[in-house]
Design a protein. Structure first.
Lengths: 262, 423
């Protein structure tokens, strides 16, 4: 068991080093929030993620794509098939060409990815003062401390300090590297009305959208935690079984027996 | 030297085969369950078989991943996300493979350090040791190319930085880089050849592992006392004693491995690699995987040219010197059997050597930290001192210790030492 402990300590040290190695930039350290998906038994807060989907659909999606997210994935968040079909059908997608060789359009289906707001990065940049709004599918994994980072960024807009020069068209956000972010504050109290009647404060919307985006970034998180528990229990039992087997098998060796004496 | 034991199978069909192709006897002699093994191997001896197990984990998970992965710059990142989202248990296989690389290196690093402490590189095990180093080098190449495949930001920029190192080689440097890239920048041809080689090299590793195990058989396992086996009383059959001990160690190791796969699968990775590669945006800092950090620190520690004093003539530019230092850090290990000429193998009987061994371990940890920092402030100086110490350990400390160290008396035999003290 000492060995296991030593390995665990060594690994923690290594993980710590890797973490230390990544500390980057002068951005403010993200606020530390509590999330339901954290920890070994973490699961998604579906009510919150559903509200987050509403925030994404009504606010974020006007600029940010979600290219690894299919409408069908919404079933995981607890939506009925009929509802998902209806949502998908609100969009028009291009699917192949017709007999004349022209692009063929049809209403969206659950298997389609969520349509991007812009046809290409150039169009996205042109509409956004030269900055391309990043795809959000992996956002909570593609930043250090991603969930807290997104929450902090959403709620962290403030007046720039007097000595901080602000370029035109930028907003000040201390959680963003360099402080000057091209995205204007996206959330404001009451900009949407939640279907479940929750008060749409900025913090509430930021929290909900993080829960939704975490689901989009890591859709198999619950399956992973669930299987992990079984695997860990199995391995821990196996460790004990093998430990006591070893002790029993090794007894004659410890007693100094010579196994080759004829 | 190990004796060739008579391992003729009793089963008729097996005996028939054995007469025509003596493969059962061969395998049984080299890795067989009856192999007489020193009775005093401690837990540090578990890490060889663990490294072998990790190679198998990487081979199997890698072959499955290759069935779903697309080596094309436009599709690689998407295909990895498809594995994570839509392939059955794709997330499990990919997280196993990504964390498996780290755990393979953990097992191998501990295995190498065990060899350094117990003098496993000394006669008659020089070739065994050098084959191990060849495996280590092949692993580094394989891991580097594997990290490029997801085509994230760190993949792309890591590939750019590391392949550019070769441009420091005089005369042919630029040609080497062009050859590595398959063009004039890291692009689709680079990704394609890296994928091909990433699939090939593990099988080369497997081949060298077989040689490594064969060489181990010929020279026998070492042991913590570092003395030769003198009689059968010093030995026990590999099975069931070391099979159960290896199995126990593997269960513990896999429990830690599983904790990473299921609960912190991205802790050892870099978040930037979840951003698709973009040749026009350089990441804030380009950091290799943790297992390369000490060598990365050595590479970056050299910031001065070597030239003729008081003139502007540069003989070896800093960049080339850094590359030389980085490769020399591993090449020097090949000469270890002749640098450390102490007749006593095990650190157990070398009190001064033991202290310096731990200095080396600390030095490696320091270099790992330096490798992860931006080269600013005190870090370049720390890196240079760490690099100097690393080479001093092998080129100065070990040869001097071999001459002047007063070693402790060795026990007469393994059996005499172990059977008594263990009671």
């Amino acid at each position: 068991m000492k060995l296991a402990k030593n390995i665990a300590i060594a690994l923690t040290a290594v993980a710590g080093l890797a973490g230390a190695a990544m500390g980057a930039g002068a951005a403010k350290y993200p606020m530390q929030m509590e999330w339901s998906f954290e920890g070994p038994t973490g699961t998604f807060d579906r009510a919150s993620a559903q509200r987050g989907w509403q925030v994404y659909k009504q606010v974020c999606s006007s600029c940010h794509s979600l290219k690894y997210f299919n409408f069908r994935n919404l079933a995981d968040l607890g939506y009925e098939d009929e509802m998902i079909k209806a949502w998908a059908a609100e969009y028009t997608v291009v699917d192949g060409v017709d007999d004349a060789g022209d692009p063929k359009e049809r209403p969206g289906l659950p298997q389609d990815v969520f349509p991007s707001p812009f046809p290409n990065p150039e169009a996205a940049a042109a509409s956004n003062g030269g900055a391309v709004p990043p795809d959000l599918s992996l956002m909570t994994k593609a930043r250090h401390d991603g969930a807290n980072y997104v929450f902090s960024l959403m709620t962290g807009y403030e007046e720039a300090p007097a000595d901080h020069p602000m370029p035109a068209g930028k907003s000040y956000n201390p959680y963003f590297k360099g402080g000057n972010i091209s995205m204007a504050p996206p959330l404001a109290e009451g900009i949407i009305e939640y279907e479940d009647g929750t008060a749409a404060t900025t913090e509430q919307m930021a929290k909900d959208v993080v829960n939704f985006l975490m689901y989009v970034a890591e859709p198999k998180l619950e399956a992973r935690h669930h299987m992990g528990l079984n695997v860990m229990l199995y391995l821990i039992v196996l460790v004990f079984v093998l430990y006591f087997s070893m002790k029993k098998i090794w007894k004659p060796v410890k007693e100094g027996k010579n196994f080759y004496k004829k | 030297m190990a004796e060739w034991i008579d391992a003729k199978p009793k089963n008729k069909a097996a005996a028939w085969l054995e007469e025509r192709l003596p493969i059962i006897g061969l395998v049984n002699n080299v890795v067989g369950v009856d192999t007489p093994t020193p009775r005093n191997l401690n837990y540090w001896w578990n890490f060889g078989s663990l490294a072998g197990l990790m190679l198998v984990v990487q081979l199997i998970s890698g072959i499955v991943l290759a069935m779903h992965y697309t080596p094309n710059t436009l599709m690689a990142f998407d295909s990895v996300e498809r594995i994570m989202r839509d392939v059955n248990y794709g997330w499990l296989i990919r997280y196993m493979h990504a964390n498996g690389a780290s755990f393979f290196f953990i097992a191998v690093y501990i295995h190498i350090l065990r060899g350094l402490y117990y003098g496993s590189y000394k006669a008659p095990r020089e070739v065994l040791w050098m084959l191990g180093l060849v495996i280590f080098l092949l692993m580094m190449a394989t891991a580097f190319m594997g990290y490029v495949l997801p085509w994230g930001q760190m993949s792309f920029w890591g590939a750019t930085v590391i392949t550019n190192l070769f441009s420091a080689v005089p005369v042919v440097g630029d040609s080497i880089v062009t050859l590595l890239w398959g063009g004039f920048s890291v692009d689709n041809p680079t990704l394609n050849r890296f994928f091909s080689l990433h699939y090939l090299l593990p099988f080369v590793i497997t081949g060298v592992v077989i040689l490594h195990i064969w060489a181990k058989k010929v020279s026998d396992s070492g042991n913590p006392l570092g003395i030769d086996v003198k009689s059968s009383a010093d030995q026990i059959p590999f099975h069931p004693f070391y099979t159960v001990k290896d199995a126990f160690g593997a269960a513990v190791f896999f429990a830690v491995f599983a904790a990473f796969i299921f609960y912190m699968p991205n802790a050892l990775g870099h978040p930037d690699n979840y951003i698709p590669a973009d040749p026009f945006v350089t990441p804030d800092s380009i950091v290799p995987e943790w297992y390369f950090l000490p060598f990365y620190a050595i590479l970056r520690s050299i910031t001065f040219d070597i030239g003729i004093p008081f003139t502007d003539v540069v003989i070896i530019p800093a960049k080339l010197l850094g590359v030389i230092a980085m490769f020399a850090a591993i090449i020097v290990l090949f000469f270890l059997p002749w640098l450390d000429t102490s007749k006593v193998r095990s650190g157990k009987f070398r009190p001064t050597f033991r202290i310096f061994f731990w200095f080396l371990v600390i030095d490696m940890v320091v270099l790992t930290i330096v490798g992860g920092k931006k080269p600013e402030g005190i870090w370049p100086v720390v890196g240079l001192i760490g690099t100097a110490y690393y080479f001093a350990h092998f080129l100065v400390v070990l040869p001097l210790l071999a001459k002047f160290e007063k070693t402790l008396p060795l026990p007469e035999s393994i059996a005499q030492a172990v059977v008594k003290t263990d009671k």
